[in-house]
Design a binder for this molecule. Structure first.
Ligand code: PAF
Length: 283
């Protein structure tokens, strides 16, 4: 595995290979877990060469968020990547000019809900950095986890609106045995918080089971989910059921694609998760 620390270095490394080989790209902020490794495995199955980036993007963190404390575990991450058969690891020190970027991307409307509402500017930071990374790596395929469904939706939309020649592939959320979605931020959980946090996936599974058993009343689904969260002492930042594609709020279920979303703070960790309500996959 080759490690590149600057955009020009990774460009140089990939230049001669690009003509004859397909490139799959897994952008990350490091602190890799089994969710990232499953994206890497999928990437290896889909392309000749796999590039992973590790960059904690300051542009997507709000002023009171965890940019400084976000876990940085480069040596362990590099070992995992090498073992997983990653070909190139891109770990830039920075991707922005010293004075900050003057040109950024702005996502319209989709960010006004779910995480976009509680983290103003977050998704503008995400699509700006993903656009920069795509420009540098020029992948054929890029893979993102479905746990960050709103991010995945926006990145797909960015590639469509900006006519980017990158196929965006979503990877299913990887979970602990009890259902908790893997996240780098799970590291912030104390033992007690960890056992409470499982209520988030339980609440989602409950909504899914009820919907699959024929419950069409969205308020009834939410009520059941809130009861589970409340029992665990968790207040949701949001708990919502939306169209998986447009992310518009659903008012009825009537067997159309729908996805349930939860964000909640558990101790020091802000956790998010989502699940499809019906059997048919959404994209
Ligand atoms: O999902 C993440 O880890 C980040 O948001 C991403 C896509 C790497 C952009 O910084």
């Amino acid at each position: 595995m080759r490690i590149a620390r600057t955009p020009s270095e990774i460009r140089r490394q990939l230049k001669s290979l690009r003509a004859s080989k397909s490139v799959a790209f897994v952008p990350t902020m490091g602190c890799l877990h089994a969710g990232h490794l499953s994206l890497i495995r999928r990437a290896k199955a889909l392309a000749d060469i796999v590039v992973v980036s590790i960059y904690v993007n300051p542009l997507q963190f709000g002023p009171n968020e965890d940019l400084d404390s976000y876990p940085r575990t480069f040596d362990a991450d590099a070992k995992l990547c090498a073992e997983a058969g990653v070909d190139f690891l891109f770990n830039p020190t920075t991707l922005y000019p010293k004075s900050g970027p003057k040109i950024t991307l702005k996502a319209d409307s989709i960010p006004d809900c779910l995480c976009g509402r509680s983290r103003p500017g977050h998704f503008d930071g995400v699509i700006t950095v993903v656009n920069i990374l795509f420009n540098i790596v020029q992948p054929d395929i890029a893979l993102f986890g479905e746990k960050d469904w709103q991010q995945l939706t926006l990145i797909r939309r960015m590639t469509l609106d900006l006519h980017m020649a990158v196929e965006v592939v979503g990877g299913e959320t990887v979970r602990e045995a009890d259902g908790l979605a893997l996240s780098s931020r799970n590291r912030y959980l104390t033992t007690a918080d960890r056992s409470r946090a499982v209520a988030i996936s339980r609440a989602l599974y409950t909504m899914q089971q009820l919907a699959r058993a024929g419950e069409c009343d969205i308020e009834a689904l939410k009520h059941a989910a809130i009861a589970i969260l409340t029992d665990a002492g968790i207040t949701a930042e949001y708990l919502d059921i939306r169209n998986p594609d447009s992310l518009k709020r659903k008012v009825t279920l009537n067997n159309r694609p729908a996805r349930a979303f939860i964000a909640a703070r558990v101790g020091h960790a802000r956790l998010i998760d989502n699940m499809p309500l019906h059997q048919t996959e959404d994209f």
